[in-house]
Design a protein around this ligand. Structure first.
Ligand code: DC
Length: 228
């Protein structure tokens, strides 16, 4: 099966995947779906409902139980969309440093990934979609016709994330963000299930030192050249 109208964009934390995906989606009039919000939503719910996140069975149970919804933005506060967990707006709560620190652990659990992957496949089958994550081109939609893997150095990504967090007025430091990004890279790339890596047939874009216009141009060229 070939998903001609599904564009998979994978890459490490804060590599600019969502910004790129949003621009592509606007240009092509496609839906934009960031699967990272689902793992973040499970992590937030697990932090609230389970004392010990080392308890894989309990965290997996949370993943299977909660209802995650993504809807058009209802508030003009910089959000791209509303993220709801069991009807509660958690759009900004899933972006806290605490969720950043814990999300890699939660997303390494096989049962959590199974639950999220099933939901993502259902959503992606609607078509006309740019789907962003870590394993979209390798696991969720290995037959996607278009696959982009967006890279950038940890330092560049930490700088970008630092500016974002500062804009929201949250207390943080560049060093803490860099350490958190390095840690997440390590956990995301070394986990047993669906580790972060480019699909064999993905087009890799390195965004270090490039502004978003240049990255978008490279991506649009790739989209004119489907993977063989
Ligand atoms: O893209 P992000 O930083 O919002 O993603 C949060 C975490 O979710 C990230 O550390 C890894 C995980 N993730 C994943 O394992 N698979 C995906 N398809 C998307 C995100």
């Amino acid at each position: 099966m070939s998903f001609i109208n599904l564009i998979a964009i994978d890459g490490p934390a804060a590599s600019g995947k969502s910004t790129l995906a949003e621009l592509i989606a606007n240009k092509l009039n496609y839906f934009f779906f960031d699967t990272g919000v689902m793992y973040r939503a499970v992590t937030l719910a697990a932090l609230e409902q389970v004392k010990n996140l080392d308890d894989e069975a309990k965290v997996t149970d949370v993943a299977n139980r909660i209802r995650i919804d993504v809807q058009p933005a209802s508030v003009q506060d910089g959000r791209v969309m509303d993220i709801l967990v069991d009807g509660r707006d958690v759009t900004w709560q899933i972006r806290t440093p605490e969720v950043d620190r814990k999300v890699s652990k939660v997303s390494a659990y096989a049962g959590v990934r199974k639950a999220m992957t099933e939901q993502q496949r259902r959503i992606g089958e609607r078509g006309n979609m740019v789907m962003v994550g870590r394993d979209i081109g390798t696991v969720v939609f290995p037959d996607a016709k278009y696959k982009i893997y967006l890279e950038a150095s940890p330092e560049e990504r930490a700088r970008r994330r630092f500016v974002e967090v500062q804009k929201r007025g949250e207390p943080t430091s560049y060093e803490d963000i860099l350490a958190s990004i390095r840690k997440r890279d390590e956990v995301d790339s070394s986990r047993a299930v669906a580790p972060l890596k480019p699909a064999d047939d993905a087009h890799v874009i390195d965004s270090d030192g490039k502004n978003i216009d240049i990255v978008l141009e490279e991506a649009l060229q790739i989209l004119g050249n489907p993977v063989s």
